[in-house]
Design a protein around this ligand. Structure first.
Ligand code: G1P
Length: 312
């Protein structure tokens, strides 16, 4: 079913960053949640690096009010670089330059927060007539797990749309877009991520109504036809224009939609506990921090009272 247009390889990525970040208040009162540091880099920098690594170095961020600091972050900082140069601090000059050189970052404003589908629609003229990726800022995928690369390969093979899936269990599915699949993914089939054909989708279903426990996590490769589908998608769950509904509309028109069931490391940096886990896991593995952090962590954990015991 793939048309010639969506057989072209994707080159561009869209990152919606207009969300309010209420889960991290008060920190996010004045700092966009996407700039909260995961070790020493904003969560968003990992996402841009992931995109560039997968060959998508043209990035559009869909921003909103209160997000100007994101534009500043991806801008050059000649004064800062000159000051570091005077001090001969090459390591920090490199760190600062890295954040701007990794990709060509563009910005567009959403204007009104009318949902993820509406945010993605703002990218229509940037994207044009090619398939493209959407990366959501809250989902951090470990750099060693090549999820986006796999999704791009699946899109190149089948055309249409590809979403990243994770089995989040029946109790958590009401927080996500949920999919029905052709064949239930084989569990215990090894470490490789599985590719499944999607037959239905529903945004944040009740547990009893969910067709599976497979959740859409924040990576999509979409056919450009999605823009027309979004334009004709009425507000759905929460009164918002949902990307899930627009992808379902394409599916119902016969556009193939596949899922890559991710089996690697993913952190939801929009969730406080997962955010803490991400910081610890990434810091433990860093050459500059790991050697000092690991022994400290072992002794800290060893000293923790058992669960249920009263804290001093
Ligand atoms: C959005 C999507 C949802 C998806 C989720 C992944 O929801 O609407 O389908 O499962 O991202 O993080 P949000 O988290 O913005 O409410």
């Amino acid at each position: 079913m793939s048309s010639p247009t969506n057989r072209r390889p994707a080159r561009k990525a869209v990152i919606p960053v207009a969300g309010m970040g209420t889960r991290f208040l008060p920190a996010t009162k004045a700092v966009p949640k996407e700039l909260l540091p995961v070790v020493d880099r904003p969560a968003l920098q990992y996402i841009v690096e992931e995109s560039a690594r997968a060959g998508l170095a043209e990035v559009l961020m869909v921003t909103g009010r209160g997000k100007a600091a994101i534009e500043d972050f991806f801008d050059r900082t000649p004064e800062l670089e000159a000051a570091l140069e005077k001090k001969g601090d090459q390591a920090r000059i490199d760190a600062v330059a890295e954040s701007t050189d990794v990709a060509q970052v563009h910005f567009v404003r959403q204007g009104e927060a009318k949902g993820l589908g509406h945010a993605v629609l703002q990218a229509a003229s940037f994207v044009g007539d090619e398939p493209f990726a959407v990366l959501l800022g809250d989902d951090l995928i470990d750099a060693r797990d090549l999820l986006l690369e796999q999704m791009l390969a699946v899109q190149a093979e089948h055309g249409g749309c590809v979403v990243a899936l994770l089995d989040v269990g029946a109790d958590n599915i009401d927080k996500y877009g949920c999919v029905a699949v052709d064949d239930a993914p084989q569990t215990g089939a090894g470490d490789a991520d599985q590719v499944v054909a999607i037959t239905g989708m529903v945004e944040k279903p009740k547990k009893e109504e969910a067709p599976s426990s497979l959740a859409i996590i924040g990576r999509y490769v979409l056919a450009p036809e999605i823009f027309d589908a979004i334009r004709s998608t009425p507000p759905g769950r929460g009164g918002e224009i949902q990307l899930t509904d627009a992808i379902l509309a394409l599916l119902e028109q016969g556009v193939p939609v596949h899922g890559v069931v991710f089996s690697g490391r993913r952190y939801d940096t929009g969730d406080k506990l997962d955010y803490l886990k991400a910081v610890v896991r990434l810091a433990v593995e860093r050459d500059d921090l790991g050697p000092a952090l690991r022994p400290w962590l072992r002794s800290f954990v060893g000293d923790l009272p058992p669960e249920g015991a009263s804290q001093a």
